[in-house]
Design a protein around this ligand. Structure first.
Ligand code: SF4
Length: 377
């Protein structure tokens, strides 16, 4: 049985591919403190936290019967490219019996990539696989647009958590969909679920906070201590620099947010002119672009010991001063507690709100429901 690590709504997408292919899979239990403790027990101490968390996911999936682990591989320059091999060795030495299948998308490794995909599709045809992937990407695109809508409307919730509950129900509807026609029908129902959340009247436009940083940390609510929900509850209208679609289908167009990679690299150029791995350059570039888009503050998320984001963290104070936008860099590791983060977010929102009032910048007045992004796929 195949498994893969937890990362936000990735399970909605990958489970769709394997169900379409008729291949058995097992999901690790939702990430928890136990997941992180298991990962930290076996991983080297200096490893970045996503490596530890995903290692814990694999161990918990193996306990549920998984025998094949799926991971993406590459050549770096950040450690992510080496996760598959590192984790394979760690698990083997610790006596866990499961095979790692690493997908590496490089022309010079094409033969190996084809062999590995053949192992995963277990006799299914290539046409069926491509159809399954196409359908799953449509699901991913819908999930991303729903998440974006939730980010924009949480600050208007009359009852805390109402948007998040509606989003959970929407995920379930998307998860159960098995064809394109059904997905089109479900799309309307999902947006209706979000639209039906009762709103409150705000005394002033909400403060606009953007989230940038390492993709795993930005995309996984358990790992980032639900910062999106926390910010929404604090009355912030939130946007983020990366969505699942950007990661699954790296076109560089960023179809949900609308900042292309090229734009972000251009914006970063006065501060950082070359690729440093991961999202380092984009954390800098998106901060500049979010300022141009009228945001009031940027929250920068980085896992402890993350190389690319540590570089971005060193540069962002200069960007903040130059561009006149508050930036909070939040380093997250296995010791980080939600209460400490909540206090810092509260102070940060107050500061951004104060600065916005000083500048008299207008903010968003409503949770606008738009289907404009639908044309981007
Ligand atoms: S981007 Fe940072 S946290 Fe993510 S894999 Fe690379 S080094 Fe680790």
């Amino acid at each position: 049985m195949i498994t893969w690590p937890r990362m936000g709504s990735l399970d909605v997408v990958l489970s769709s591919v394997f169900e379409e292919m008729g291949v058995d899979y097992v999901l690790p239990p939702p990430s928890s403190q136990r997941t992180l403790e298991l990962g930290a027990r076996y991983a080297p101490e200096f490893a970045c936290v996503p490596l530890k968390t995903t290692l814990g996911n694999y161990i918990e999936a193996i306990e549920k019967g998984a025998d094949t682990m799926l991971m993406i591989a590459g050549k770096g320059p950040c450690r992510f490219g080496f996760y598959a091999e590192t984790q394979r060795r760690i698990l083997e030495e610790a006596g866990f019996r499961a095979e790692m299948v690493a997908l590496e998308f490089h022309l010079d490794r094409l033969g190996e990539l084809i062999r590995n995909i053949n192992r995963l599709k277990q006799g299914g045809s290539w046409v069926r696989l491509l159809r399954a992937i196409r359908f799953a990407l449509h699901k991913a695109f819908l999930v991303d647009r729903l998440e974006q809508q939730a980010l924009h409307q949480r600050c208007f919730d009359a009852e805390k958590g109402a948007t998040s509950r509606a989003l959970e129900r929407a995920y379930e509807l998307v998860r159960r969909c098995s064809d394109h026609r059904g997905l089109r029908e479900v799309e309307g129902q999902c947006f209706e679920l979000l639209r039906s959340v009762r709103r409150r009247q705000l005394r002033e436009p909400p403060v606009r906070i953007a989230i940038v940083g390492e993709f795993f940390l930005v995309l996984d609510p358990w790992f980032n201590l639900q910062v999106e929900e926390q910010l929404g509850d604090l009355g912030a209208w939130v946007e983020r620099s990366v969505y699942l679609t950007d990661w699954l289908r790296p076109s560089g167009r960023n179809p949900i947010l609308g900042h292309s990679d090229r734009e972000s690299e251009e914006a970063a150029r006065p501060y950082l002119s070359h690729f440093v791995g991961g999202e380092g350059i984009h954390s800098v570039g998106h901060t500049v672009l979010f300022k141009r888009d009228g945001f009031d503050g940027v929250l920068h998320l980085l896992p402890f010991t993350c190389m690319p984001e540590t570089i971005a963290k060193g540069i962002l104070p200069l960007v903040s001063r130059d561009q006149g936008i508050p930036v909070l860099s939040l380093v997250i590791d296995e010791q980080t507690g939600k209460a400490g983060v909540a206090t810092r977010l509260e102070a940060f929102c107050d500061l951004a709100r104060y600065r916005r009032r000083q500048s008299d910048r207008p903010g968003p007045r409503s949770a606008v429901f738009s289907s404009a992004a639908a044309s981007g796929f």
